[in-house]
Each structure stands twice: as C-alpha cells, then as structure tokens.
Design a protein around this ligand. Structure first.
Ligand code: GCO
Ligand code: MG
Length: 419
C-alpha cells in the first residue's frame, strides 16, 4: 500500500486556527529608536512585539524583514513554541543579540495574539497572578552626593520602594549612569559614540562613601541597588562587594563582564553582597554556569533581548531550581511593548525578584499607548486582553529613525575599556 503523502507545515496550518497573513516591521524614534513587529492573523487579530537593540536597531529590522517575515506568512499563529523552535533551530546560526531580539519580537506578538484570542490579559495565560503587583526599582543619580540624595528623595516621594543609585565620581570625567546635561539620563546619546574617560581606582574609593551617605540619610528600609556596568576586574569587584556589605545592597549589578562565567566564582568567594548580571544575555546558555553554580542571585535577562516570553519562562524555571530570582532589565531602550510583556511575566513567575523601571518620555508613551500603571512602588500590567500595549502607527511615522550610539569608555591612559 502506498504511504499517504506527508502534509507540509503550510497545509497543516491551513486546516487549523488563524494563519499569519501579515507581518510588518515599524521603526520609529519618538525620543529614541524602537523596532516593533506587528503580526496580523486571518481572523483580523493583531499582536505587537518589541525587537529593539540599542544602537543596532536596523540590524534587527533587516533580519526581521528579510529573513523572518517571509517564513511567517501562512503559519498557524497559535503554534508559538513551534514557531520559536523553527526560528531558533531553523536559522542554523544560533543565539546572538540580533537573532534573539528578532525571535523575541515574533514571540511577544504571538503571545499578544493568543491572549487577545482568549480575551484574557497575558498573565492569566501564564498561570495567573503570583503576587499583587510587580515591585520595580527606579534610577536616582546626581553630579554630586547632594544631587544624588535629592534625586533619591524625589523617587521616594513618588512611591518607589527600591532605588538604583549612581553618582559622578570625583576626579573622573564621566561616570556611568549620570546625565550629561540637565535632562534625564539616556544611554544612547551620540550621532557617533561619545568617548568617556574612566578610572576604576577612583570609583572604588568613592563608591562606599556614596552608599554610606545614602544610607545615613534614608535608613535601611529603602532597597538600594547599584550598577557597576561591567567596569571592574573580578578582584576589583570582589573588593567593592566586600566594602559595600555593611550598607546591605539589594544587589550589585554587572560587577564584571560575564562572557567568562567562572569570573563570578572569585567574586562570590569574597563577598555576601548579592549579585545581579545578564542584561546583555540572550540565551539560557549565557547563564547556565552562573545559575547552576549559584554564582549570582538575580538574572537580568529580559523579554526583548532573551528570545521573548517563551525563552524567559525557560530561564526563570531553570533559575528557580537554584534559588536565583529574576530582575529583568527595563531601561528606556526596551520599548513599552517589552515593558508590558515583562510585567505579565513578572506577575506570574514564581521566582520573581524585582523589575527595573526607567520611565519613557512623553512622546514614547504616546506612540505606544499602554495599559500598565505605576502605583505605590508597584507596577500593574492592566487587565486589557493581550499584553496591553499597542502602537499608534500614524504617530510613529512622524518620528523617523535617527542613528544614535551608546558611548565608549577609555581609561586615563587612553586604553579602550568597557563602557
Ligand atoms: C541598566 C543598563 C542600561 C544600559 C543600556 C544600554 O541597568 O539599565 O545598564 O542603562 O546601559 O540598556 O543600552
Ligand atoms: Mg545595567
């Protein structure tokens, strides 16, 4: 007897739920650049996903347009896991920030569509609320300690229960996390990369004084965080962690670059200051050793840079086995779409730790109308069906892409360093 001919994926898809009939990439710059993927199904439902990669936006846009969109048309919009695997395995060239941001954009849009189809907020599909709201931390910074304390006070006044503190370092031309003018701090700020000059030795002398000043003024009830932004060697990071122990940080972030995951062993041996890392990670393999050896306390991966909701759930489940909590990256360079999706993830995931929240400017908020809200130190994703964030395409078209770069850093002798 003759075997019946195998159906192609496309044929199977046509017998099932809604098919993807359109997928479009929208690049807009309402204050800063964002890459959005909008997917529409044969039922007329659409979903949106964030694919923004700060300073490399058009690489993701081209990847999506040329290499992903043609494969999406005709696929069953319900098969999120299958589409994820298709794009990940199917690329052959696995991982990497561009690929994973593109996959994240598709994945987030498909979860949005599925939740809209179910007429539920996304967190319900992910298992429902694990908590009342999402604790977020904000950024306080200053050109000196007085200004920093002012900034902390303003954020406490707004209701934040957790604050990241960054300050200009005496004798250092440019510290990370401090604005260059009067406006709010925005990382990508140059039409070519601005060159900053950095001294780790001066920073290490100053950082304990900074934390002491803030603790003396605000006491120990406020959660304090600090970002080392990849600038220390492991032994420098170990010594900073040790010197900050008495100030009981919520975490010390990106103490040293983590391409070499073993580097964190050395830091861990010397200090009980909690460690967070992973905002530049894009896959579970980037944190496999860090998590399984319990070298960190918080994993900073986020929806847009780590393969979407699907892959973030996998990372979180793995981290949960080892007592590592989530602490997703949430600067202005993730779009409100990523922020919305992240909040649904945060609300549902058992080992949630904290979520970063750096508010967007008014133009960005207008281009991306959203259901999420901040109240009394917590964020709430809202009850709209889907992830609750949309894009106003007409308005978006009024803000064309502008090439913008993150700065680069040099040491005082002119050597290139990590920014
Ligand atoms: C953070 C980050 C950011 C990055 C930025 C780079 O902890 O929020 O370190 O501010 O510098 O995301 O694009
Ligand atoms: Mg950081």
């Amino acid at each position: 007897m003759q075997e019946p001919e195998r159906e192609t994926t496309q044929q199977v898809a046509s017998k099932q739920g809604a098919r993807i009939v359109d997928a479009r990439v929208i690049v807009t710059c309402p204050g800063r650049n964002f890459v959005t993927l909008k997917i529409t199904t044969s039922d007329g439902v659409y979903g949106v996903g964030d694919g923004t990669l700060n300073g490399r936006e058009l690489a993701v846009s081209a990847y999506l347009q040329e290499h992903v969109v043609p494969c999406l048309i005709g696929r069953d919009a319900d098969r999120i896991e299958d589409t994820w695997q298709y794009l990940y395995r199917g690329a052959y060239w696995r991982r990497g920030p561009v690929t994973m941001a593109a996959i994240a954009a598709v994945d987030t849009a498909l979860w949005d569509i599925k939740a809209k189809g179910a007429n539920m907020p996304l967190y319900q599909l992910l298992g429902g609320r694990g908590r009342d709201g999402v604790t977020v931390y904000c950024h306080a910074n200053g050109h000196d300690l007085g200004e920093l304390c002012e900034s902390v006070a303003q954020h406490v006044e707004l209701g934040y229960k957790a604050v990241r503190v960054q300050c200009a370092v005496p004798g250092v031309a440019d510290a990370y996390g401090v604005s260059h003018g009067d406006g709010p701090y925005e990382p990508a700020d140059g039409s070519v990369p601005r060159e900053e000059v950095w001294s780790t030795a001066k920073y290490l002398r100053f950082a304990p004084k900074m934390m002491e000043t803030v603790r003396l003024r605000f006491g120990f009830d406020l959660a304090l965080l600090h970002d080392g932004h990849h600038r220390m060697t492991p032994i420098e990071a170990a010594s900073l962690g040790k010197s900050l122990e008495e100030f009981r940080l919520f975490w010390l972030e990106d103490a040293t670059p983590a391409e070499n995951q073993q580097a964190f062993r050395l830091i861990r041996q010397h200090t009980t200051t909690p460690l967070a890392v992973g905002e530049v990670f894009n896959s579970i393999f980037d944190c496999q050793q860090l998590i399984s050896e319990q070298l960190i306390d918080y994993i900073r991966a986020t929806v847009v840079h780590a393969g979407g909701i699907t892959h973030m759930r996998r990372i979180a489940s793995f981290a949960d086995l080892y007592g590592v909590k989530t602490g997703s990256h949430g600067p202005t360079d993730v779009s409100p779409i990523c922020m919305g999706a992240a909040l649904h993830f945060d609300l549902s995931v058992p080992n949630f730790g904290i979520q970063e929240h750096m508010p967007h400017c008014a133009e960005t908020d207008e281009v991306f109308p959203h259901a999420y809200r901040f109240k009394d130190g917590l964020m709430h994703p809202g009850e709209s069906a889907g992830h609750g964030v949309d894009i106003d395409e007409k308005l978006a078209a009024r803000f064309p892409y502008k090439r913008m770069y993150l700065p680069v850093a040099r040491l005082e002798d002119g050597s290139m360093h990590n920014w």
